[in-house]
Write a protein that binds this ligand. Structure first.
Ligand SMILES: Cc1cc2nc3c(=O)[nH]c(=O)nc-3n(C[C@H](O)[C@H](O)[C@H](O)COP(=O)(O)O)c2cc1C
Length: 196
């Protein structure tokens, strides 16, 4: 039985542990193109992505670990070893950033960040629909200036937002139980809200 689009959306889950093969060039184009249909106030197109593939993943791991230590951030030997072991199998990282266009003062920064968040969510959903695992991480020196600069996303003109790891799930992902949306939704009918 075929899976409907809404069933894809409802079954998406993050998959951290992935391996080769990565999405093909055509599939990667679809994943990146999916980002372009995110809502975007003012059509600022603030999303920026850098592809890190193959051997470059290990180079990024080296850079991120060394820069994290140089910045005096905590990084235990265990954390470094587990991160390197994880990345050794990851075939594709997509570095994620929001470009801050300082000439535009109409759309506040948080709306630009939300547009990039929506774009990345589209990418997560596209990867899932194509049968790949994807996982958004703000580890790997995301908050270390030297890493941001090395990737071309300096802190003056960009907000660096982490990475998507993308590949083939190592284990078939188990379904996860999601909360009931009714816990988070109320209905406003126009009457004054009673404050408790
Ligand atoms: C902006 C952002 C950054 C994240 N960074 C991390 C991270 O560094 N480490 C982590 O374990 N999970 C991180 N997560 C959470 C995972 O990507 C994932 O959403 C979480 O494991 C729950 O899985 P689910 O998406 O299937 O619900 C981040 C999520 C977002 C939206």
């Amino acid at each position: 039985m075929s899976v409907t689009p809404i069933e894809y959306l409802l079954s998406r889950r993050s998959v951290k542990f992935v391996q080769a093969p990565a999405p093909t060039e055509t599939e990667l184009s679809q994943i990146l193109q999916a980002a372009m249909s995110a809502p975007d106030h003012g059509k600022l197109q603030p999303w920026r992505f850098a592809l890190i593939r193959g051997d470059a993943v290990a180079r990024l791991a080296d850079l991120a670990m060394e820069a994290t230590k140089r910045a005096g951030r905590p990084l235990t030997a265990e954390k470094e070893a587990s991160t390197r072991a994880w990345l050794a199998k990851v075939p594709l990282l997509i570095a994620l950033a929001c470009r801050i266009d300082h000439s535009n003062t109409k759309v506040p920064e948080h709306e630009r960040l939300l547009a990039v968040g929506a774009a990345v969510t589209n990418m997560l959903n596209a990867a899932h629909m194509l049968g790949y695992g994807a996982y958004w991480s703000t580890g790997l020196g995301t908050y270390v200036d030297e890493v941001n600069e090395a990737l071309g996303f300096d802190g003056l003109d960009y907000r660096f937002l982490g990475y998507l790891a993308v590949g083939t799930p190592i284990q078939p992902p188990a379904a996860v139980e999601r909360p009931d949306y009714r816990k988070f939704v109320s209905e406003w009918t126009g009457a004054a809200t009673q404050l408790s």
